[in-house]
Design a protein around this ligand. Sequence first.
Ligand code: 6PG
Length: 244
Amino acid sequence: MKNERQIIEVSDATALAHTAAERLVSRLEDNNERAAICLTGGSSPERLYRLLASEPYRDRIPWRRVHWFMGDERFVAPEDLRNNMAMARRLFLDICAPPENIHPIPVQAGTTHDAARRYEIALQTFYGSGRLDPARPLFDLVLMGLGPDGHTASLFPGDAALDERTRWVVGVSRANVEPLVPRVTLTLPTLASCREMLFVVSGPDKRGVLAQVLDGDDLPAARAHSLGDTVWLVDSAALPGSIA
Ligand code: 6PG
């Protein structure tokens, strides 16, 4: 695991969405075969998702060969507005992606643990193995957000999910922040299996917690790294020390 991270500062949320879209397209251009993107929930990626459904990005994405997964999910009905995949579907997937290329976490399962098990099997089937090979990353790109308590995906400070090394996906019974519903999350080794992990962090509310991450505090988001490149895309309002 490479522990360094690259920080890219952009002027504002609009520039952040454009830069993220360019990076996503560029990762797809690097791979001429079937590609996999792991999405994130929260509000930070909303502009990016809208952008992907509009030109020029819509035309630059080879939709037929790109598969879309979700890094974590709130355990609410698929059509619930708080459901992460519902948000991604509404903003771009249902507009552009073939339905068979959209891989939601199965929130209809009886428990978060059942949903986690089923998603793990879906990921392993897609990957073609139950063992992650560092030479063959699962994802081309993994998008990540930064929560106010330093969580990322649904990996909350102090939760056992953070230390999981074997399971690819786990259920989380208690969320630390709103919405206070159970969650399902990919674990750190699964998220690490990517060519690029791209954090998108925007706005002044993120400045304090981002300072903690950059100072080396042991927060979930600080533990998250890619086996390939780990990039933090941050707008000036969120970046500690920036004069925004
Ligand atoms: C979720 C997320 C979560 C999110 C952060 C940042 O389901 O809530 O996947 O990890 O990325 O909480 O959220 P914002 O972008 O809304 O600040």
